[in-house]
Design a protein around this ligand. Structure first.
Ligand code: PGA
Length: 258
């Protein structure tokens, strides 16, 4: 089974509901079939929680998917500032990003909390995009693979092969996020192949390694997307900055169809 390419926009803490809806409107006006023809990849946008209803309303009747940027592991309770799976279900979204490096860096996210959030996402029938990636220091120390292995094993603890049907991994080298410094095609492919190898070790059924999508994220732009997406083990992109401009995001979607 060929892995379907997923092009996902991580809007982070950008754009109000009105601005987000306007961006979707612009994408619809200029997509020229890029988002809905046979060869089209899955196209997802992940706006901030508050703006999901406005953005979602604008996507009605299109194949555009809408996701969130986080989920809490408890169903409800005294967890100020958090959002539960029920709330995301009520909003009618399909995907959720988990363990983004900004959450790990600024909000104390650990491999253990990533695992708990992943389990909550799966319980609520959401497709989880689990982010992993090394810092510049870790790359320079030669510990990239050890870090990735720890993050993958931690995130996927107690996750079954069946659960993996709803898990997407996103390799995002921290040094490439928002810096304009993109991993080379070869650097990215090498880590993606390493991650797929880990999945082979972790799950007895080879179907997991074969079918799990591994996205690349970190300064993916119209100019470098085609090269990255052409790599054997790169199955899409998680895009920050370039997802905030309709023309750039659509250019990446088109690069995925080449
Ligand atoms: P970037 O962000 O494309 O702006 O580097 C990617 C991400 O953080 O998901």
């Amino acid at each position: 089974m060929a892995r379907k390419i997923l092009i996902a926009g991580n809007w982070k803490m950008n754009m109000t509901g009105a601005e987000g809806a306007a961006l979707i409107k612009e994408m619809k006006a200029s997509c020229n079939g890029a988002c809905c023809c046979d060869k089209a990849p899955e196209v997802l946008v992940c706006p901030p929680f508050m703006t999901i209803p406005a953005v979602k309303a604008e996507t009605e009747g299109t194949p555009l998917l809408v996701g969130a940027q986080n989920i809490h592991w408890e169903e409800k309770g005294a967890f100020t500032g958090e959002v539960s799976g029920n709330m995301l279900n009520e909003a009618g979204i399909t995907h959720v990003i988990i363990g983004h490096s900004e959450r790990r860096q600024y909000f104390g996210e650990t491999d253990e909390t990533v695992n708990k959030r992943l389990k909550a996402a799966l319980r609520h029938g959401l497709v989880a995009i689990v982010c992993i990636g090394e810092t510049l220091e870790e790359r320079e120390n030669g510990t990239t693979e050890a870090v990735i292995e720890r993050q993958v094993r931690g995130a996927l603890a107690d996750i079954s092969a069946d659960d993996m049907k709803n898990v997407v991994l996103a390799y995002e080298p921290v040094w490439a996020i928002g810096t304009g410094k993109v991993a080379t095609d070869e650097q990215a492919q090498a880590v993606h192949a390493f991650i797929r190898g880990l999945l082979k070790q972790l799950f007895a059924c080879p179907c997991v390694a074969d079918n799990t999508r591994i996205l690349y994220g970190g300064s993916m732009k119209p100019g470098n997307a085609a090269g990255l997406l052409a790599q054997q083990d790169i199955d899409g992109g998680l895009i920050g900055g370039a997802a905030l401009k309709a023309a750039d995001f659509l250019a990446i979607v088109k690069a995925a169809m080449a």
